[in-house]
Design a protein around this ligand. Sequence first.
Ligand SMILES: [Zn+2]
Length: 458
Amino acid sequence: MKITFCGAAGTVTGSCHLIDVDGLRILLDCGLFQGAHEQDQSNQAPFPFDAKSIDFVLLSHAHLDHAGLLPRLVRDGFSGRILSTRPTAEIARLMLADSAHLQVEDAAYRTRKAKRRGEPSVPPLYNMDDVLRCVELFQSVDGYDAAISLKNGVTCAFHDAGHILGSACVELRTSNGNLLFSGDLGNGHRPIVRDPSVPPHADVVLVESTYGDRQHRTLEESVAELDEAIQTVITRGGNLLVPSFALERTQEVLYEIFQAWQGKSLPHCKIYVDSPLATSTTRVFERFLDYFDDEGRRVFAARPNPFEFPALEYVETMDESKRLNAQPGGSVIIAGSGMCNGGRIVHHLRHNLSNDKAGVVFVGYQAAGTLGRMLVDGAKSVHIFGESVAVQAKIWTVNGFSSHADQLGLIDWLKETSAKRLFLVHGEPATLEDFRSVITRELSVEPHIAVWKETVDV
Ligand SMILES: [Zn+2]
């Protein structure tokens, strides 16, 4: 068996690993490079393999850093099958359509700049036609854990990763032994999603390392911080902005705000979900209650529930979104993108950041080079749409909402796998080094840190 690391090697985005085994070429994920890596042309670089030669893609979950290059793979000639759980297929469809829209906009912007310099136009990475061809190749799998026969005696299985709705660890059973890919591993004890399932034993394991160097604060502390931010900002008459990823984080934040509303501890305010993608993703969640944990199923069987309660409003059009800017205070606005590098949240930041009554709560990972990271790092002023904006609003960084396992969670999961060969993927360089030394100390296996475009024989 040969493994080639085609992304998420020394970085947390661009998840893509090629497995050559038993005459098959199988891709684990095909994700976009995001954040600072977006600018380094990684998404435009040719794949280190011929897209036509790939037989299967096994998709761990619908986040774009795992699924976002699939339409480009199709554009480059891939015509095999893309296997995933059913919620992943449904959500990926929405995420990819949204991504195509952004790619086309981005290409138009770059083309305008190129034309001014007398350079040729810039084609989009992919467009909606590529997405439509891509979603036709999806084959969804019901439930978790069942063995699915691929070809040449190779089978695969999706195990619950407890990261986001439908997320999976991917197991490959081959004549050369079993390989297990963690995908993104969940944090455990989260609302809505179940805890990650106990993984099977595997000879070779590829494990994500996002938080391999730290322990999370508990969810209770984080919920208390979110409640405090809402109380503080609403009572002093400002707006509270929550930059949030459309998928999972928005639904979790709604879940916690609903608890406060139900417990009558939420101050009088209006909660806006100002993201069409978050709204359509929320609608998909409602159709897959059987993938929720027990408590989630119970909570959502009732009315009102976290997705439908009187204080909550979904904002659809741009005009409705702009109207929010006329409100001096009293609103909690949940909008994308989660790292503030685009989307409606940027407009809300421009209108609220210089107001000392306003606040921003970060509930997700902020990659280096993003506007979100600058605010988290305490920037006194930032550039938005070419203007300098002073940062007077109070900034909260709430880490415990993470949908990634922390070091302890990763180590516990790894112990269950009894891996003989271990490869660390999906982490930043310093984190990978720390995680490697902890694993070497705690487990009887010496892990290898994956290198981009490197091929290893196992
Ligand atoms: Zn993810």
